[in-house]
Write a protein that binds this ligand. Structure first.
Ligand code: ZN
Length: 493
């Protein structure tokens, strides 16, 4: 979808008029709108707000052609995420109307600041418009909107704001691309290749290969990778946007990047196993977030780190009962090779804590099926050892409409991980509280650092689509964490 700004309506364009819900008439100044204005005002007076649906397409005949236009009735006082949702619904509606080239007009009233609304409408349209179709070679029959024109007298600063708003979505789209790629294309080395483009926007990248990981002692992570012919990688992104405070502790974001999870020797049932291509969702969010921070030149210093492995069951694979010595020195009895995400994160968390002394660590992982049982696909689970950090995340989540729900951690859950033959086991062997005990496991690798864990297994992928995305990768987490950084950590001076 291409965006442009214009003052004149092109005759064949599908005009969309956003009308505040209470309005009973529109002004629509200019001769070009004479006929449309008449029809809309007629419609509005005959169809009061409560009786009409959100969107209505009407038409008239002009010079033997039929001109179509849509009335979109928007609520005035709603929060930013509701505006984004409204725009997502509008996009789906216009696609059903087969509106190829769209011109949008916003009706300004005394109480309704159209220009403020516009930013969200454009953002919402773009977020929802994304699709992943690079592997479709036979002509694609899906209808697509190709042009979006804004019919308005906007100041150049507002135009720039609108354009900047959609530019940072390239971070969200990178995350969606990464989770959508199949595992034969996207394995640890290829994830690295895919993300090298972040260097172009000023991010420093470091890649730790297997030899380096071995010499460091990341045996928990390497144990997961040993059943695959694809070697493991750890990729570190560094964004130094706060030049004034170069020495300050960086913010840090850590992602689980299991590029495919068969479960290993504790193999999963085959039904639905294809979903395990997006078991690298946490790593995808970290890459997308770092890209976003760099694209908008955020004044913060931040580290992103992702642990990349493929969990496969070959002759060299890790066995249930194996004991590994993690980078921290703590030993782990691997009772279930499908509880592998925590093994990967354990080493990356410890490494980031020791090497960068970060201000906090936030990890993201499609970690447990249990979180889907608890929270479904609307909320991600939040676990933290720091109430202040947790509250900041909860508040930012409301602003981005990427929702979080905090769950408890405590000593009694931690004890369930104790093990007879090693320092801990990677599953508890009890049925309850699976997401919490997974978080307790991670907590053993964060020391005293302020830490939060986001279990995103339920929100990374949507089979039916959301108000912000089509069926497939949602990109959940990028806008939430970008909002969180912007709100609490950015140098505003
Ligand atoms: Zn697994």
């Amino acid at each position: 979808m291409k965006i442009s700004f214009t003052k004149k309506l092109i005759e064949n364009d599908h005009l969309v008029v956003l009308v505040p819900q209470q309005s009973t008439a529109v002004k629509l100044l200019g001769d070009q709108f004479n006929r449309v204005r008449e029809i809309i005002n007629d419609f509005l007076s005959n169809n009061p707000e409560e009786k009409s649906s959100k969107f209505k397409t009407l038409s008239f005949r002009s010079n033997k052609k039929i001109c179509y236009f849509t009335i979109a009735r928007c609520k005035e006082k709603i929060n930013s995420s509701a505006k984004l949702s409204f725009a997502g619904q509008l996009l789906s509606y216009l696609e059903r109307q087969k509106a190829k080239n769209i011109s949008i007009h916003l009706e300004e009233t005394k109480s309704f600041k159209a220009a403020e609304y516009l930013e969200y409408i454009v953002s919402g349209l773009f977020l929802k418009d994304y699709r992943f179709e690079k592997y479709k070679t036979i002509s694609n029959k899906d209808f697509k909107i190709s042009q979006l024109k804004i019919l308005s007298n906007l100041s150049s600063s507002l135009k720039e704001k609108v354009l900047n708003g959609i530019k940072v979505f390239d971070g969200v789209f990178l995350t969606r691309d990464l989770v959508s790629e199949p595992a034969n294309i996207l394995y640890p080395e290829k994830f690295v290749d895919y993300c090298m483009k972040l260097e172009k926007v000023g991010i420093k990248i470091e890649v730790l290969d297997e030899r380096k990981l071995k010499s460091l002692g990341m045996n928990a992570l390497l144990g997961v990778a040993q059943g695959s012919v694809r070697p493991a990688r750890v990729m570190i992104f560094k964004w130094d946007g706060d030049k004034k405070n170069k020495k300050s502790s960086p913010l840090s974001f850590i992602g689980k990047g299991v590029t495919f999870d068969t479960g290993g020797i504790s193999i999963k049932p085959s039904s639905g196993m294809e979903d395990m291509k997006w078991d690298m969702g946490g790593a995808g969010v970290v890459a997308g977030l770092m890209y976003t921070l760099a694209l908008r030149k955020a004044k913060v210093n931040a580290i992103g780190a992702v642990g990349l492995v493929e969990n496969m069951p070959d002759g060299n694979a890790q066995r249930p009962g194996d004991i590994v010595r993690s980078l921290s020195g703590q030993t782990i009895e691997v009772l279930n090779t499908d509880a592998e995400g925590r093994l990967v994160l354990a080493d990356v968390l410890w490494y980031i804590k020791e090497k960068y002394k970060p201000r906090f660590m936030i990890d993201l992982a499609t970690l447990t099926g249990a979180i889907i049982v608890a929270l479904g696909d609307r909320y991600a689970g939040l676990f933290s050892n720091d109430d202040d950090l947790a509250n900041k995340l909860l508040s930012a989540s409301k602003g981005s409409e990427e929702l979080l729900w905090r769950l408890p951690i405590d000593e009694d859950f931690d004890k369930l991980l104790n093990c007879q033959v090693a320092d801990m086991k990677n599953i508890t062997g009890t049925r309850g509280a699976g997401s919490i005990t997974a978080a307790q496991f991670l907590k053993r690798f964060v020391g005293n650092v302020s830490w939060a864990h986001l279990d995103i297994a339920g929100v990374t992928w949507s089979k039916k689509g959301t108000n912000f995305s089509r069926a497939g990768g949602t990109g959940y987490g990028v806008r939430l964490l970008d909002e969180f950084v912007k709100k609490y950590y950015e140098d505003k001076s």
